[in-house]
Design a protein around this ligand. Sequence first.
Ligand SMILES: Cc1ncc(C[n+]2csc(CCOP(=O)(O)OP(=O)(O)O)c2C)c(N)n1
Ligand SMILES: [Mg+2]
Length: 578
Amino acid sequence: MQKTAAWLARHALEQLGVRHTFGIPGVHNTELYDELAASETITPVLVAHECGGAFMADAISRTGAGLGCLVIVPAAGVTHAASGIGEAFLDGIPMLVVAGGVRRDTGFAYQLHDMDQQALVKPITKGAWRVAKHADVVPTIFEAWRTATSGEPGPVFVEIPVELQLLPGEVGQLPECPAAAPASCQAGAPELDRAAALLRHAERPGIFCGWGAVDAGELLERLAEQLGAPVATTLQGLSSFRGNHPLHAGFALGPSAVPASRNAFESCDCLLAVGTRFAEIATGSYGCKPPGNLVHVDINPKVFGANYPATVGLEGDARAVLTALLERLGPIAASQERGRRVAARIAADKQAYLEGWLQHDSGQRVNPARFFQALRAGLPDDGIVVADDGNHTFLTAELMPLHAPRTFFSPSDFNSMGYCIPATIGAKLARPDRTVVGIVGDGAVRMTGMEMATAVAQAAGVAWFVFNDGELAQISQAQQAPYNRKTCTVLPPLDLEGLAQANAVEFLHIDGDSSVEDVVARALDTARAGRPVLVDVRIDYSRRTCFTEGTIKTNLKRFDLGARTRLIGRALWRRVTG
Ligand SMILES: Cc1ncc(C[n+]2csc(CCOP(=O)(O)OP(=O)(O)O)c2C)c(N)n1
Ligand SMILES: [Mg+2]
């Protein structure tokens, strides 16, 4: 059988169930685009910039409703997409990147887009391949997919040289599409027994979960109830445990966490950590102290002991390991009573924290807690919230309870601004039945805001709430104390209504508290009617999140006395001298 590599790549993507590809055509992939146009199951989506395309692909995968896929030109397309590929890499999100490659049959040097793409993507992918012959196209894409989706997921890269796409070549029997690997528990009986014993005998057990636990919510609930244990989450794992469960304590662990989590975990003597790497954000710059005993569950054994020593490491898929743990745990005498006490304290702490925010005088601006109350009231439980990176992210983490798994996405460990607007589009395309909203900073909106036109072209009805404060607040707030000046963090004015108009999306604004409920409801209705809408929210950033307060303190404490004195001395001097 003679086939072009373009046909073969399309065939492989169809077999893998890819429904959307993202990218921009160029001379090295127009054959592939032409094939995609003929596909009955795949829609190739033209994006404004490959970075946005990569964030869209990332969000497709995060919904759990498909595999995110990029189809891009070599070199320039790859460097543009690199931020999104890097985000997927550090956040553990599967993604298939298919790039064209320069001709190898002409002997010419200095070809367009000619660079070593394999070297370029090495540190941001789980694997990279360059296809050498037609017969390899389908098996290579299948192997790449297996790599992307097995173990800790991540992005993979397949380069298909343009001459293979253009000219047909001999292929034998095409391989069958591989099946997804079943969730498995690598941990053995002795470790599972030991972990169960540690948890059973703990006086104040606690659970901390990340994105790796996102499909194990029901098992976590049973475990939390059986142990009478509070549950805190990482940023990426905000939707791993439903926020309306009485044992849900909230975002982060340690001094940067919300009060309900700080109090619930205060003297935790055994922590069950599931699908988290104890990375920088959720630990508040590693400010949380390691618990007495740590039972650490993860699909990637490299995370055990990386930051906090694990008493027992349990390798495997969260669902498989937690099922095995539950079987061993059995009823625990004191846990019912303990659970009631823990839940009562959590409820009181949450209420007090919320009231503290609601009572904060926001003047003419929008009170963040009031905004999130209105959003929560209008959003169905399975509505998807995408936050960008900034102060707005931590406000979302602290004030917006998520009620269902895979309903919160944010660029967490690569921490790449610009994620939100494209990612909402990916989420909506993957889950057209869901309400999808974005919370985006007025800095981040400048980076990828032109993808709003992509939403219009795809009829992706999403609502973007721009937290408009005129600053790169997450950084400017951190500059205030040590430097007493905001270098490069005060933004030039941006006409958001003009930006909305230029992209042909609808525009609304919330100038103060009195219109919050009404405008949020109108924005959600507009999005549900299939019309993308940008909302300018004049947000009040005068009160800091627990996260910002905590991490600033933690980082300051980490300096030795000499360095701390120098920093504080400089800050005081600047305050005095202006
Ligand atoms: C690509 C990239 N550049 C810079 C940063 C550093 N950074 C982190 S948060 C932030 C501020 C974001 O400002 P904005 O989008 O206005 O959100 P706000 O903090 O004001 O809510 C910056 C500059 C980053 N994380 N990613
Ligand atoms: Mg801002």
